[in-house]
Design a protein around this ligand. Structure first.
Ligand SMILES: [Zn+2]
Length: 83
C-alpha cells in the first residue's frame, strides 16, 4: 500500500498544515518557509526524496535572494541628534 505525502512546492518540506475556513477551500501553510497557498505537491512516499531534491534545486536561487533582502535595516540609527 502506498501512502501519499504532501510537499511544500517552495522548499520541499512535508511540514504542512491546513489553514482552513476560506471560501477557496483548504489553504496550506508550510512551517519551514512560511509558504501559504492552496497548491502543494502530492507524491508517493517512495518518491519523496527525489521530488524534494528537485524542489530544493530549483528553489535554491530564490531562497537565497530573499535572505539577502532581509539584511537591509539599519537606516534609522542617525535619526537623533542632540543640540
Ligand atoms: Zn516550505
Amino acid at each position: 500500500m502506498t501512502k501519499n505525502q504532501l510537499l511544500c512546492p517552495q522548499c520541499g518540506s512535508s511540514d504542512l498544515y491546513y489553514e482552513s475556513g476560506l471560501v477557496l477551500g483548504y489553504i496550506y501553510h508550510c512551517k519551514d518557509c512560511d509558504y501559504v497557498g492552496s497548491f502543494v505537491i502530492e507524491v508517493d512516499d517512495d518518491d519523496v526524496e527525489s521530488v524534494r531534491k528537485d524542489i530544493r534545486a530549483s528553489a535554491d536561487v530564490s531562497t537565497q535572494d530573499s535572505a539577502v533582502k532581509n539584511t537591509h535595516k539599519s537606516a534609522e540609527k542617525n535619526a537623533h541628534k542632540s543640540e
